[in-house]
Write a protein that binds this ligand. Structure first.
Ligand code: NAD
Ligand code: ZN
Ligand code: ZN
Length: 369
């Protein structure tokens, strides 16, 4: 079938919205008609050429929500008409990681996905006979996509697509960092560095876990106000003095749980230093630049601080994204403030510009616009 899609032709150049060919879903695959898709830093990171593992041509986008149109042979967990959220982090439910409750890092299709192919090592996207690779196993800046069944979360159809799609990446990452990775306990004191999609999700996750005090740190007063709306009890302007200020706010001890959601290694260090001696846990969700390292004074660890990393918030996507969407529908998570701009597929490059200008939290492409 012919579909319209935003193609990355050359690194550093605007995406080109054009017609491409999408082949039928094969065994274990699903054709999804996309309705909404968030524009994320990772899309821009690859488009810019900064990502060393990036490739082109490819159809970008990975924060999709839509409707199942058709299923390939052997697909049983979704059927035509189902509403789904796309998962760049799949869940096969069979690999050694999937059957272990300690991780969400499914091993089933990692290599093929990293190289831009579906699990059988081929692509469904093409143009005039030339192959176009899939991005993060998703390629959702498009009217339709073909994805592995194991990379789709079936969600409650009552959830509006433009809200559901935010659970495909940053929001679930932040919520999960607090709920799954840190397992924040009721009454805890938490500090969240960064008030973008991930940090705000972490603030909401800390609140849902019953944290008593949630300090959010960011450079932008506007974003800190959004953090208050998600449950932050204290707001702090980021900078070199942030750790000192947090120690002052916590009787000199630091916080039970800290979260880093900026991608800046200097802030990661602050997040470790702001964790409480004896049991403070620092959860790192931000993605650092290539080759950068995190500098920690070992004494901080010996005196009881711990550091954990969190990919997609430790969320096992097919099981837990539907649960998070249900909690949103139950009124526990306020998603609307994250949706800053609604744009059309043709305006995808404007989505990148808005992100670079830090204008709003998320621009969402509405495919039916
Ligand atoms: N672990 C994962 O699976 C996963 C998933 C999605 C995104 N991420 C990463 O998480 C990070 C955050 O993503 P996002 O979409 O929320 O990004 P974002 O750019 O929207 O938010 C980052 C925030 O950090 C703030 N910040 C910058 N410097 C600061 C400082 N010195 N002190 C305090 N705050 C500061 C910025 O003002 C901004 O609000 C990125 O590194 C992203 O790549 C990780
Ligand atoms: Zn993303
Ligand atoms: Zn698996």
């Amino acid at each position: 079938m012919r579909i319209r899609a935003a193609v990355l032709e050359e690194f550093g150049q605007p995406l080109s919205v054009q017609e491409v060919e999408l082949a039928e879903p094969q065994a274990g695959e699903v054709l999804v008609r996309l309705v909404a898709c968030g524009v994320c830093h990772t899309d821009l990171y690859t488009a810019s050429g900064a990502d060393p593992s990036g490739y082109a041509p490819t159809v970008l986008g990975h924060e999709g929500a839509g409707v199942v149109e058709k299923v390939g042979e052997g697909v049983t967990s979704v059927a035509p008409g189902d509403h789904v959220v796309t998962l760049f982090s799949p869940q096969c439910r069979e690999c050694v990681h999937c059957v272990d409750p300690r991780t969400n890092l499914c091993l089933a299709i990692r290599e093929e996905q990293n190289e831009g192919y579906l699990p059988d090592g081929t692509a469904r996207l093409s143009r005039g006979g030339e192959e176009i690779r899939h991005f993060m196993g998703c390629s959702t800046f498009a009217e339709c996509t073909v994805m592995p069944e194991i990379a789709l979360a079936k969600v409650n159809p009552e959830a509006p697509f433009e809200h559901a799609c935010l659970f495909a990446c940053g929001l679930s990452t932040g919520l999960g960092a607090a709920i799954n990775t840190a397992k924040v306990e009721p009454g805890a004191t938490c500090v969240v560095f960064g008030a973008g999609m991930v940090g705000l999700g972490a603030v909401a996750g800390c609140r849902l876990q019953g944290a008593e005090r949630i300090v959010c740190v960011d450079l932008s007063a506007e974003r800190l106000e959004l953090a208050r709306g998600q449950g932050a009890t204290d707001l702090l302007e980021g900078g070199p003095d942030a750790v000192e200020q947090i120690l002052e706010m916590t009787d000199g001890f630091g916080a039970d749980y800290t979260f880093e959601a900026t991608g800046n290694v200097a802030v990661m260090r602050q997040a470790v230093e702001a964790a409480r001696m004896a049991w403070g846990l620092c959860t790192v969700a931000g993605v650092a630049g290539r080759g950068e390292t995190l500098d920690i004074v070992p004494r901080l660890l010996i005196t009881g601080r711990r550091v954990a990393g969190s990919s997609f918030g430790g969320v096992k996507g097919r099981d837990q994204v539907p649960q998070l969407v249900d909690r949103y529908l139950a009124g526990e998570i306020d998603v609307e403030p994250f949706l800053s701009h609604r744009i059309s597929l043709d305006e995808v490059n404007r989505g990148f510009e808005l992100m670079e200008a830090q204008d709003g939290i998320r621009s969402v492409i509405e495919l039916d616009r």
